[in-house]
Design a protein around this ligand. Structure first.
Ligand code: SAM
Ligand code: SF4
Length: 333
């Protein structure tokens, strides 16, 4: 007997159960791998309203999505984002609401986020050296981010994970210190290989590539890494570390492709539904929701139909012009 496939299943039999929502492409930092220096942000009038985001999210959950991550740009610079998070966390059927942030606003918002129902939080941190942190983010203050991390720890999230993008000759010599920083505070850490999204001018991505295996080799001189089959529902491969609670993960789009397990789609701040990080295939949900503001049916049909557009996988090339013109901040990383 055949069971009916879940409504959100793509042509390759992968079930989409995870939605990442970018609530803004704006950010108070300018990380060198994420944005070009002269980035122009989308005019506010083109953004989905918070009500539209909540409505699209509800439709996804009614179609079987179980986990939502709110991201950006920097999600915590969007006004009233906490009220959106409260609304999302109350959606019947949603099992988990998570957030990715650069932590610059956490010193003031961490308790409110926890009360709003955010369960897990990912925090980006690429260096523990103030000058280097400032150079990598083009203007960030490390002490403010560290204060934000402490505020998040006090607020009692179920799990905090540090995300570190590692670039050769910019911060690859810090992988042990970053891991120790996270593990000593009972946090997980994931090391990420840079993805070629949009043009950047400050470094050559092929030269800056520092593969996960090199990071693992550096780490194994300081820690005992124990392989696990644990996943957190995403592309990271995790290792336990002898003597610590936290785990070390690797997100390796170049060296260990993860597309066969892909369970996610992304909603950009302007309402484009992106079916894959590494392609431009998308559906304009803003146009659908504005054409049918009080009837969910066309929106749900558009979401279900979009599954047929989901490509088998990305084709990231570190050399040459990036296949994907949009930067990570307008993608919802
Ligand atoms: N502003 C928030 C933050 O930094 O956590 C959320 C959005 S940011 C785009 C989400 C994640 O994407 C961050 O961990 C960031 O380091 C990562 N990221 C940005 N550009 C990237 C790239 N080109 N390759 C790999 N990861 C990237
Ligand atoms: Fe901003 Fe996050 Fe991009 Fe850095 S990675 S510029 S913090 S959106």
């Amino acid at each position: 007997m055949h069971s009916t496939p879940a409504p959100l299943t793509d042509r390759f039999g992968r079930r989409v159960s995870y939605l990442r929502i970018s609530v803004t492409d704006r950010c108070d930092l300018r990380c060198v791998y994420c944005m070009s220096e002269e980035t122009r942000f989308v005019p506010r009038a083109r953004l989905l309203t918070l009500e539209e985001i909540a409505c699209i999210a509800r439709c996804f959950v009614e179609l079987g999505v179980e986990r939502i991550r709110v991201t950006g740009g920097e999600p915590l610079v969007r006004r009233n984002v906490v009220s959106l998070l409260s609304e999302l966390s109350a959606l019947p059927g949603l099992r988990e609401l998570t957030l990715t942030t650069n932590a610059t606003q956490l010193h003031r918002l961490a308790p409110q986020l926890r009360s709003a129902g955010v369960q897990r939080i990912n925090i980006s941190l690429d260096s523990l050296r103030p000058e280097r942190f400032r150079a990598l983010t083009r203007n960030g203050r490390l002490e403010r981010v560290l204060a934000g991390i402490e505020a998040a720890r006090r607020a009692g999230f179920r799990r905090i994970k540090i995300n570190s993008v590692i670039l050769r000759n910019r911060n690859h010599d810090e992988v042990v210190s970053l891991a120790r920083f996270a593990l000593e505070r009972e946090m997980d850490i994931a090391f990420i290989e840079e993805m070629p999204l949009g043009s950047i001018h400050e470094h050559d991505r092929a030269e800056a590539h520092y593969p996960s295996d090199a990071i693992a080799a550096d780490l194994s001189r300081a820690f005992t890494l124990l392989p696990t089959t644990e996943r957190s529902g995403g592309p990271a491969r995790y290792f336990r570390v002898a003597g610590f609670e936290g785990r070390i993960g690797f997100i390796s789009p170049h060296s260990h492709n993860f597309c066969d397990q892909c369970n996610r789609v992304r909603l950009t701040a302007t309402g484009r539904l992106l079916l894959c990080l590494g392609h431009e295939h998308s559906v304009d949900l803003r146009q659908v929701i504005r054409a049918h503001p009080i009837d969910d049916t066309p929106l749900k049909e558009a979401i279900v139909d979009a599954m047929a557009l989901k490509p088998q996988g990305h084709r990231f090339e570190l050399r040459g012009v990036p296949v994907v013109a949009r930067h990570m901040n307008s993608t919802g990383g």
